[in-house]
Design a binder for this molecule. Structure first.
Ligand SMILES: NC(=O)c1ccc[n+]([C@@H]2O[C@H](COP(=O)([O-])OP(=O)(O)OC[C@H]3O[C@@H](n4cnc5c(N)ncnc54)[C@H](OP(=O)(O)O)[C@@H]3O)[C@@H](O)[C@H]2O)c1
Length: 235
């Protein structure tokens, strides 16, 4: 049984990741920063194989506290991330900082603490959640988010070079994930994505989780970013 840490595991993609690892028989530590309610619900659903813990990736102290409670780790999934929309001309600098501090610096803070445990594992793996927006300008107003996810892709590659041969590092870049909010008729993004994607549909969170699970045990794959976007980027 492997020990898996999923950051921001209490909602959407994070909870799909937790479900998939628990189903495989792993022991999962699901961290939350604000969504304690979601984490507790997920724990009730998944039982003893899921442990929940608070961790704010914006706080070095909070990250340190979480790792003080861990004695082993085989797989780290850096899933926590934030998304805001504004044209660059109008983007508050606080938004730029929040997106980069969460999506990039937060990933570094967690990774730094995880490295000794992952090295000890002997089959350690890191999977970073990037986005199709690292490669595609998206729907507009997301240049700061897109740049942060581009940084995740570069970070993944460099980290893989640095941490081999004992730790593999890969990323997954999802396209637009299906969510109840997208089914509101006033939201045009769903249709724009579906029309452009070769498969003419949104990505389901469990499909991204399947890819993360594969990478967690794909022993010859490192330094890769796998795009899971229903063919959006070729449309
Ligand atoms: N939705 C999409 O279409 C899409 C597409 C491509 C990539 N992604 C990426 O997929 C990942 C998951 O996103 P999602 O769609 O599932 O959205 P989400 O439900 O908003 O999940 C984001 C997660 O990040 C956590 N988080 C935010 N700030 C944090 C902080 N300061 N410290 C620790 N955790 C923090 C949240 O935890 P709390 O709620 O507990 O604060 C939440 O669990 C993100 O990296 C996102 O960029 C999403």
């Amino acid at each position: 049984m492997k020990t898996i840490l999923v950051t921001g595991g209490a909602s959407n993609l994070g909870s799909a990741l937790c479900r998939a690892f628990v189903k495989r028989g792993d022991r999962v530590i699901c961290t939350y920063s604000h969504n304690r309610f979601g984490a507790e619900n997920l724990q009730s659903e998944l039982g003893d194989h899921l442990v929940i813990a608070e961790m704010d990736v914006l706080s070095q102290e909070s990250v340190t506290n979480l790792f003080q409670s861990l004695s082993s780790l085989d797989v780290l999934v850096n899933n926590s991330g934030v998304f805001t929309v504004a044209e660059q001309e109008k983007l508050p600098v606080e938004d730029w900082d929040k997106v980069f501090d969460t999506n990039v610096k937060g990933m570094f803070l967690v990774t730094q603490k995880a490295i000794p445990l992952l090295r000890k594992s002997g089959e350690g793996a890191i999977i970073n959640i990037a986005s199709i927006n690292a490669f595609h300008p998206g729907f507009g107003g997301t240049a700061h988010y897109d740049a942060s996810k581009g940084a995740v892709v570069s970070y993944t590659k460099s980290l893989a070079a640095e941490l081999g041969p004992y730790i593999r590092v890969n990323a997954v870049a999802p396209g637009l994930l299906d969510a109840p909010s997208l089914h509101d008729d006033t939201n045009p993004i769903k249709t724009v994505f579906e029309n452009r994607a070769s498969l003419k549909r949104l990505v389901q969170a469990h499909e991204v989780a399947d890819c993360v699970l594969f990478l967690s045990s794909a022993t010859a794959i490192t330094a890769e970013t796998v795009v899971v976007d229903c063919g959006y980027s070729v449309g």
